[in-house]
Design a protein. Structure first.
Length: 155
């Protein structure tokens, strides 16, 4: 199977990545991808970017090196109710979003609590992707998660 896209990527803006959007697009082109999604960390993450960063995507090119670019945010799921770190008014301006649990920002709970956090986030109509739900340190009920993802049209 050939990879055609990468939708969970971080630029130097996220603080722990090492490439610019231009460098990432060039690399995606060299790898034969057709679509690259830029999803820097939301503002609650220590290495995240200020919320206003996510308002500026309209200024960026939509294609580089033959690669279609989409811009969004890797949102941080902050609690068991699926609260995230950008307001709805900003979410609607993103091409797409990824919602993830990151241990520094989230108190790891029971399987039921962690599963509820992911599912509650999935119910937000502006969330299309759940990021790294396979983190072994954050136990979840995968069957329940998959059923909820299907029901909410979330990857």
């Amino acid at each position: 199977m050939k990879d055609i896209m990468d939708l969970h990527t971080h630029t130097v803006a996220s603080g722990h990545a090492y490439n610019t959007i231009y460098e990432m697009a060039r690399s995606a082109s060299e790898r034969g991808l057709s679509l690259l999604g830029i999803t820097d960390h939301g503002p609650a993450m220590k290495s995240g970017v200020p919320a206003n960063y996510f308002n500026n995507f309209k200024m960026l090119p939509r294609e580089l090196y033959g690669i279609k670019l989409m811009f969004g945010c890797e949102l941080n799921i902050l609690d068991y109710d699926g609260k995230i770190d950008l307001p709805q008014s900003m979410l609607e301006k993103q091409d797409f979003t990824v919602a993830s649990i990151h241990k520094p920002l989230y108190t790891i709970g029971t399987v039921s609590q962690n599963t509820k956090a992911y599912i509650s986030a999935m119910q937000n109509p502006y969330i299309q992707i759940i990021g790294h739900p396979d983190d072994a340190d954050i136990p979840v009920d995968y069957e329940e998660l998959v059923c909820a993802a299907k029901e909410n049209h979330v990857c």
